[in-house]
Design a binder for this molecule. Structure first.
Ligand SMILES: [Zn+2]
Length: 100
């Protein structure tokens, strides 16, 4: 009988710990999602970002073309070309056939 309780003893605390941390996480999430202070800050920031200065930022983000594995960005014209257009490679610099 003593062995059975010995086996059970080390296991129970672990389960209890996991359950505790899970519940703690849930509690933290539900509390961190509701504060009205955060909402107020976001609204204020958005109000600030509306004026023209931020528009150029958005344009920049749109211009960035996601590169594919078979593409590279030329270090001279900064355009994204297919790998077949790769004329030269110098260290980290890739140069397309148009700029070579
Ligand atoms: Zn180029």
């Amino acid at each position: 009988m003593a062995t059975i309780t010995d086996y059970d003893a080390p296991r129970r605390p672990m389960v209890d710990l996991e359950e505790d941390s899970l519940e703690e996480l849930k509690a933290r999430r539900s509390t961190s999602g509701s504060p009205s202070v955060d909402v107020d800050e976001t609204e204020a920031a958005e109000g600030f970002e509306l004026p023209g200065a931020d528009l150029s930022d958005e344009e920049l983000t749109v211009t960035v073309v996601p590169m594919r594995a078979d593409e590279f960005r030329c270090s001279r014209c900064f355009l994204v070309h297919h790998r077949s257009q790769l004329a030269r490679q110098k260290d980290e610099q890739l140069i397309c056939s148009e700029c070579a």
